[in-house]
Structures are given as C-alpha cells and as structure tokens.
Design a binder for this molecule. Structure first.
Ligand code: G3H
Ligand code: 13P
Ligand code: ZN
Length: 312
C-alpha cells in the first residue's frame, strides 16, 4: 500500500470509536520500532515529522526511510504527516516532498491570521490530495522554539470551532483540553484530568469531524524510574493518564500524538544499557534494545490507548 492521507482513516476511526496513533519520527530506529508494532498489530499509523526533525535528519532521508517502512509493511495504511508546520512555505515544501498530510499550526497567531494562513495551506494541499490539520487554543509545554507556560495555555473556545472549520476547510482540528507537550504535564498533587466536557462541546458543534490531541504522552513511570536510576535526573515527570486518553479516543478524537514517550523509551534503555555494559561502544548494541522498547511501547498504545489494532 502506498502512503495514504488521513481522510478515510479518520472517517473509520470516528465511526468506530477509536483513534490513530501519531508518532514523531526522526531516525531509522524509531521508524522501525513504530511500524513493526503497527504492522504486527494490523494497525493504521501516522508517522509525523516536526520542523526540528526535518532539520536534524534532512527531509530526503526521512521521506526515504518512511518509504522503506511502507515497503516493509504493505498491509497497513501509513500517513506521512508534517507536525506543527509553522508557515505556508513549510507546509508547501512537505506537500512537494510527498507528505500525505500536513499540520499548519497557527494557534499562537491572532484568530484571523490563523484562518487566513490555514485556508491558504488547505487550498494548496487539497490540490495534491493532502489532508490538513490546524489548531485552535494553546497547549502548555515546549514545542519547536516555543515554550508556553502552563498557566498561559488556553483551552479551545468551542464557540470558535464551527467558524474556523467552515472558513478554512481543514480536515481535522487540534484542540487544547488540558494536554501539553513534553514530560512535565502536571505538577505532583494536581488532578491529571482532561477537559472532556470541552471536547464534547466541540464534538456537538462539529458532528462527525475528526479532533486531534497533541501533547498526549502518558510519561510511563517505569521509564522515568529507569532513567533516574541510571544517571538521569527527571524528577516529577508526569503525563496524561491513559484512562483519560482512552475516553477521548472513544469520543471525537481520531488522532493522538505521542513523542515524549518515544524519547523516554529510547533514553531509559540506552542509559540502562550503558550502565550495565560500560565497556560497550557499538551503537547497534545499545540502539537495538532501544528500538525494541519503542516497538513494545507503541504496541501497548495501539492496543490499550488508541484501540486501533486490527483496523488496517
Ligand atoms: O510537539 C512537538 C513534538 O514533540 C516535536 O518536538 O519540535 O522537538 O521535534 P520537536
Ligand atoms: P508529547 O510531548 O506529549 O509526546 O506530545 C507530542 C506532540 O503533540 C507532537 O505534536
Ligand atoms: Zn504537538
């Protein structure tokens, strides 16, 4: 199967009450770990690339690595998606490079600018059968070059969503309901809940329309523990409870973004490997268990959080 856009995938996910996992990729081991899990579980999957990942790995390498994953996993639909595209120009570059989905993130811009630029992206992308995600509302945490204080993060206003979707023509909408980027989403003692009431209000205003959750890593405590026991220092790293994400996946949420959990899986295993084998220096020796840990973590997400296993 060639790369696909998100249209059909999201329609089935919405109707089926599940979500598709959207995992950030920036090297071969991460791409292999994710797609081996999705392939074995017959799960549709979204591989997403940020501006920072493009700068790190070089867009040509990433596209070719993803094409290799598609060839190795011919039975599952795979989307190649631009994550947090900051401008029309970057979205256009990804469409031209063969991406099948792009996100234009104008969430930090004034509303009318967000509408205008998202519309321009949609007009270009749709000519090439590329689907477009946009965002309304501000998440806390750290994105490419932007750090948003948690108390400055703002929930999406359900009164804006109909106007935004109608005027831009976007195919899916990321909303802010209490998730945030990075490994420190809640402080100890806080109630780690999502505003599922806002999600429901948005869904009521946009029946059948796919909603996206960014900043949805659950920050597995077993990884944090391994990191801290092997020379790391990540006190109070706390994520979104998987039970909250599962509820959202059964509602209008069709795409759940996970990046920090991949970083934690890799880092925990590499730190432990070096602790246990201080004399080893062959990257294949420490990257193989890290890749395996990504695969196992993604398999768990597909089954227990997204519910998209067997939906390919
Ligand atoms: O939301 C941001 C993603 O986690 C990508 O992170 O910009 O550091 O590649 P990055
Ligand atoms: P996490 O930092 O929670 O993994 O969020 C990733 C994300 O939203 C990528 O766009
Ligand atoms: Zn994000």
């Amino acid at each position: 199967m060639a790369l696909v856009n998100t249209k059909e995938m999201f329609k089935k996910a919405y109707e089926g009450g599940y979500a598709i996992g959207a995992f950030n990729v920036n090297n071969m081991e991460i791409i292999q770990g994710i797609t081996e899990a999705a392939g074995e579980l017959k799960a549709p999957v979204i591989l997403q690339v940020s501006k920072g990942a493009r700068a790190y790995a070089n867009p040509t390498y990433l596209v070719k690595l993803v094409e290799a994953a598609v060839a190795e996993n011919p039975d599952i639909p795979i989307v190649l998606h631009l994550d947090h595209g900051p401008s029309f120009e970057m979205c256009k570059a990804c469409v031209d490079d063969g991406f099948t989905s792009v996100m234009f993130d104008g969430s930090s811009k004034p509303y009318e600018e967000n509408v205008a630029e998202a519309s321009k992206v949609v007009e270009y992308a749709h000519k090439y059968n590329v689907t477009v995600e946009a965002e309304l509302g501000t998440l806390g945490g750290v994105e490419d070059e932007v750090s948003v204080e948690a108390d400055k993060a703002m929930y999406t206003d359900p009164d804006q969503v109909q106007d935004f979707v109608k005027r831009t023509g976007v195919d899916s909408l990321a909303i802010a309901i209490g998730t945030s980027h990075g490994a420190y989403k809640f402080k100890p003692g806080q109630d780690p809940k999502l505003r599922l009431d806002i999600l429901q209000e948005v869904a009521d205003r946009l029946p059948g329309f796919p909603i996206v959750l960014h900043g949805a890593s659950s920050v597995p405590q077993e990884f944090v523990k391994i990191i801290n026991e092997n020379g790391g220092n990540m006190p109070n790293a706390i994520g979104i409870p998987e039970s909250e994400l599962r509820k959202a996946a059964k509602m209008a949420v069709c795409k759940i973004n996970v990046d920090s959990d991949i970083r934690l899986a890799m880092t925990a295993n590499i730190r432990k490997y070096f602790h246990d084998h201080p004399d080893h220096f062959d990257p294949r020796q420490y990257l193989a268990p890290a890749r395996q840990a990504v695969k196992e973590m993604v398999a768990h997400k597909i089954v227990d959080v997204m519910g998209c296993n067997g939906k390919a």
